[in-house]
Design a protein around this ligand. Structure first.
Ligand code: 3HC
Length: 311
């Protein structure tokens, strides 16, 4: 009986078809999905903070409206992903508790500060660009609710990337100070953007199993390479450089060679020692506490409505 269930699961995964919430699945498959989807959802919500910092400081009404729309989108991405995680038997409240208590992580990239307005463009171009590289394959992930959430997320992500790139294009056709501000921003975000894809495959304890289960369709290094190859021509068109002296086209490989990210820095950020880790979690904790009355009121209203329906 158990073997039949395992065989059926393996057959569905090997055919690149979807595992759905009511299907039998190995406990470790479920646990890996809860871990990854929760972390992904947390990333979207925490990711609202760095850019949110510039909503009141945007230089024009148009820039403010575009940034507001993007930050609101990220909240929606978090909602889709928490909903996908809930199909695995965990509650959003439980996941939020694990985030604010530090038991679950969010993407390393959001532990870096947004020091200038150019960071709004750089985050759209590079951070959302990296997220697109990582999320497009996830549209084909073996777990149904996760893959379907990704399809909607990816459509919105491409708007995020374009608005960032267009913002930088505008600044690059401005003054020398604006051009210098863009280059300084790119210098700060390039390496942390490469780290978003996770540790090198040789140091990735989860990749092999996640590939075998069809949770991941590409490895961390494959997606990182794809992102570098995609970003170099975009940087050239923008007129900026990346802070990597080893970055160059390798005709034999058909890819760009690039330097080694600072994995010690990455490990430190994952340990909670990044520039903004404490601030991001404190902000999320406070927002959760400040929202308690809304949740209580909504629950009280729902109870009263359901009591009213009682025969
Ligand atoms: N930030 C924080 N933790 C990371 C990380 C990162 N960038 N990369 C890896 N890690 C952690 C992993 O969670 C794992 O720790 P754990 O086992 O305790 O959870 C450990 O480092 C080893 O890494 P692995 O490569 O073995 O782990 P995974 O197989 O989970 O791969 C991943 C890491 C590639 C990030 C994968 O989890 C993934 O694809 N997640 C979904 C995509 C995602 O989370 N994207 C966030 C981008 S931000 C975003 O989407 C917002 C955008 O709209 C701006």
């Amino acid at each position: 009986e158990q073997q039949d269930l395992q065989d059926h699961f393996d057959a569905v995964v090997s055919r690149h078809e979807r595992i759905e919430p009511r299907d039998w699945m190995p406990e470790r498959y479920r646990a890996t999905l809860v871990r990854q989807i929760a972390q992904h959802a947390h990333s979207e919500i925490i990711g609202m903070q760095p850019e949110g910092n510039w909503i009141t400081r945007a230089p024009s009404l148009r820039r403010k409206a575009v940034l507001l729309a993007k930050v609101q989108d990220e909240a929606g991405h978090g909602l889709y992903l928490y909903s996908a995680a809930e199909t695995l038997g965990v509650s959003r409240a439980e996941l939020t508790e694990k985030l604010v208590s530090g038991q679950q992580k969010y993407s390393s990239i959001f532990n870096y500060p947004t020091l200038s307005y150019a960071d709004v463009g750089t985050i759209g171009w590079l951070v959302d660009g990296a997220a697109i590289c990582n999320q497009v394959p996830l549209c084909r992930t073996s777990y149904g609710p996760y893959g379907r959430a990704m399809i909607r997320v990816c459509k919105e992500e491409s708007f995020h990337q374009r608005q960032g790139y267009e913002l930088l294009m505008t600044m690059m056709s401005g003054t020398d100070e604006q051009r210098a501000m863009v280059q300084e921003s790119v210098d700060r975000f390039w390496w942390p953007a490469l780290m978003m894809f996770g540790p090198p495959d040789d140091d990735s304890p989860n990749t092999a199993q996640s590939m075998a289960w069809g949770i991941k369709r590409d490895t961390n290094d494959e997606l990182r390479q794809k992102f570098v190859d995609m970003s170099v021509p975009q940087a050239e068109r923008l007129g900026v450089t990346f802070p990597d002296p080893e970055l160059r086209w390798n005709a034999e490989r058909g890819h760009h060679d690039f330097g080694r990210p600072d994995w010690e820095e990455f490990a430190a950020v994952l340990r909670g020692e990044g520039p903004c880790n404490a601030q991001r979690l404190e902000h999320r904790r406070r927002a959760h506490d400040d929202g308690a009355w809304v949740r209580e009121a909504a629950l009280a209203y729902a109870r009263r409505e359901s009591d009213a329906l009682e025969p």
